[in-house]
Design a protein around this ligand. Structure first.
Ligand code: FMN
Length: 392
């Protein structure tokens, strides 16, 4: 396991004062101080609750859509057999229970990843378990898979509007011993399969003891083998092939990333999500909150996540789509992930710090860079960059 990858010189300073308001919408600029005056988890619940309730008022959905989704330019991509209106998705963990799909899609995302959902309902870790580090636009969380469980999750999904493709992220219950982890993932896969546009197998949350051990070569080979066999059975039963992705941690050394890349190819996986939060504390050592246990997300994670994407891209040689996530807060960060090998992108923490307008800003910025380079795909952007590194 390596410590933090240092940022390239001159690209980021210390990360202090990241909250410069560049991409905050006027509305979010007003709301944010209020939200940030509250306990972070309470603010999160309040915000999602308010969004859900406001959608019962006729006209609200149209208003949000015209403020965000309609202003997000179209940047169609096709990957994993899915057609997306743009390549930027919501990362897992924000809508854990699939109960805020409509409003989140109306922020302009190209796709949403829901969950993590565990087979049985569980409360997660005791509170307080979510911490903001505003000077670094970062979050530390040790939520520990608080989940309503598969039955309630699917009930929510059944009633939901489906405005964009939905990934569903599955995990294991805390009480399930490691040797039975495969059974939990199989339960999850069977239950969510008919409702998912893709399924992500989360083996990288740092807050469920033993979960990350599933990334080790022999254990991972067994897990992927079992899930792939089940996926093929389910594809026949439902007459629909649902792609299967694996989400990995940023706290892996190059040898471990290479071994995972090899296994992904061997098992014909459909995508890889890189990365989850880190247990390292890059660039925030001086912050007292850095001593809180849990996974760090946001700006300080950016370079570690980009490094994993670059190594994975080398390992899978473009044969498996990479969903790049970790510390993206503007179009420059997004472009860095694309050049490193990402085919799709996700954000979580930037949405908290910059508000929904960040979706439009990132997609607009990517589109501009592609137009400047005269390319239509991210693979072409990488080729153009390799030939003329200064051109973008
Ligand atoms: C509060 C919080 C809860 C999260 N919960 C999950 C989760 O349930 N499953 C998961 O795969 N990732 C989860 N994540 C990780 C995010 O999906 C993402 O991988 C990570 O935050 C890095 O992206 P970011 O820097 O844009 O936030 C969570 C992140 C945060 C901040």
């Amino acid at each position: 396991m390596h410590a933090a990858i240092r940022p390239p010189a001159g690209t980021c300073g210390t990360g202090a004062n990241r909250t410069d308001g560049r991409t905050q919408t006027a509305l979010y600029t007003l709301i944010r101080p209020l939200l940030f005056s509250l306990d972070p988890e309470r603010a999160h619940d309040l915000m999602l609750g308010a969004l859900r309730r406001s959608y019962r008022i006729p006209g609200t959905a149209a208003l949000i859509r015209s403020a965000y989704a309609r202003r997000t330019p179209s940047l169609p991509v096709r990957t994993m057999g899915l057609q997306l209106r743009n390549p930027l998705g919501l990362a897992a963990g924000l809508d854990k229970n699939a109960d805020c799909i409509g409003p989140l899609a109306d922020f302009g995302f190209g796709f949403l990843e829901l969950g993590t959902v565990t087979p049985r309902a569980q409360p997660g870790n005791p509170r307080k378990r979510l911490f903001r580090l505003p000077a670094h636009e970062a979050i530390i969380n040790r939520m520990g898979f608080n989940s309503v469980g598969l039955a309630a999750f699917i009930a929510n999904l059944t009633h939901a509007r489906r405005p964009c493709p939905l990934g569903i992220n599955i995990g294991k219950n805390r009480e399930t011993p490691g040797q039975y982890a495969v059974d939990d993932y199989l339960l999850g896969l069977r239950a969510v399969y008919p409702f998912a546009d893709y399924v992500t197998v989360n083996i990288s949350s740092p807050n469920t003891p033993g979960l990350r051990a599933l990334q080790e070569r022999d254990t991972l080979a067994i897990l992927l083998g079992a899930l792939k066999t089940e996926q093929h059975i389910l594809a026949r039963v439902h007459a629909r092939y649902v792609p299967l992705a694996v989400k990995i941690a940023p706290d892996l050394d190059d040898g471990e990333i290479g071994a995972i890349a090899h296994l992904l190819l061997e098992h014909d996986m459909d995508a890889v999500v890189a990365t989850n939060t880190t247990v390292a504390r890059p660039h925030i050592e001086e912050t007292p909150l850095s001593r809180e246990n849990g996974g760090l997300s946001g700006w300080p994670l950016r370079f570690m996540a980009t490094h994993v994407i670059r190594e994975l891209h080398r390992g899978v040689a473009g044969r498996i789509p990479i969903i790049g996530v970790g510390g993206i807060s503007d179009a420059d960060d997004a472009w860095e992930k694309i050049l490193a090998g990402a085919d799709l992108l996700q954000i979580y923490t930037a949405l908290i710090y910059r508000g929904p307008g960040v979706v439009r800003d990132i997609v607009t910025g990517i589109r501009k860079r592609m137009a400047t380079l005269g390319v239509e795909t991210f693979a072409q952007a990488r080729m153009a960059h390799a030939h003329h590194p200064a051109a973008d």
